[in-house]
Design a protein around this ligand. Structure first.
Ligand code: PGA
Length: 252
């Protein structure tokens, strides 16, 4: 069992209302009861509509709140229906998911993601930067080149890399119950870590999460890969039992 810091990040997507706070409450009760001390960071990335309300209710230091996107313009501006990083920061957001494939599918480019990362870093938010290949990319043997391009075209040398966590989420695995073969996944995670170091000439490996159909039944497969620093969990994070069982089974 590892004693390295592990992230369990809930991506609620378009889910939740005020009553969903009970999921956070139950998770907190579990964390408080836990006897085995393992370093972990729990983040709930919830819809914009819930951040302020949840922030006021969360007493625990064990749980942080995140958002799932922002507009690339950092402050106020003529962007109907949009929310900026500074607005999110003011209401209590600590983390922000950027570059999720569901937003890329809506037209978000690497260039736009770069601007979003820059404005979020300016606001001192911690970034969860998603990358991942489509099934077509995978079939055509393009996984590595696609990932490299997403990293190179969305990150800048001057960005504070300590504030950026990568999330490798193969698009074909999100919400499909399909997960990568573990030996392939390990190679990809190692590739990303090494390539990132090379591109940005840093001497530190980045933190990398895995995301895509993670659940309490398959989590033990991932826990065998030491290079994975944590998980970005979608549908299974919309239930306290499923989410807590993932954490429990990870350390079993
Ligand atoms: P999933 O989603 O766990 O429901 O596959 C993961 C994600 O989209 O981050």
């Amino acid at each position: 069992m590892t004693n390295k810091l592990r992230y369990f990040i809930a991506n609620w997507k378009m889910f939740g209302d005020f009553s969903s706070f009970r999921i956070i409450q139950k998770t907190n009760q579990y964390l408080n009861k836990e006897k085995n001390f393992n370093k972990k960071k729990i983040v709930f990335c919830v819809p914009y509509t819930l951040i302020h309300f949840f922030k006021k209710k969360i007493k625990s230091k064990l749980i942080s709140l995140g958002s799932q996107n922002c507009h690339h313009h950092e402050n106020f501006g003529p962007f109907t229906g949009s929310i900026s990083a500074s607005m999110l920061k003011k209401i209590g957001t600590e983390y922000i998911i950027l570059g999720h494939s569901e937003n890329r599918a809506e037209g978000e480019t690497n260039q736009i993601i770069k601007k979003k990362i820059a404005s979020s870093l300016n606001q001192k938010l911690k970034i969860i930067f998603c990358i991942g290949e489509t099934y077509k990319d995978k079939r055509n043997g393009k996984t590595f080149s696609v990932l490299r391009k997403q990293i190179k075209n969305s990150l800048e040398k001057k960005f504070d890399k300590n504030k950026i966590i990568l999330a490798y989420e193969p698009v074909w695995s999100i919400g499909t119950n399909k997960i990568p073969k573990m030996n392939e996944l390990q190679d990809i995670i190692k590739f990303i870590k090494k390539d990132f170091k090379k591109i940005f000439k840093t001497n530190k490996f980045p933190k990398i999460l895995y995301g895509g159909s993670v659940n309490h039944k398959n989590i033990h497969l991932f826990s065998a890969i030491n290079e994975i620093d944590g998980f970005l969990i979608g549908s299974a994070s919309q239930s306290s039992k499923k989410f807590i069982d993932i954490i429990k089974n990870y350390y079993k």
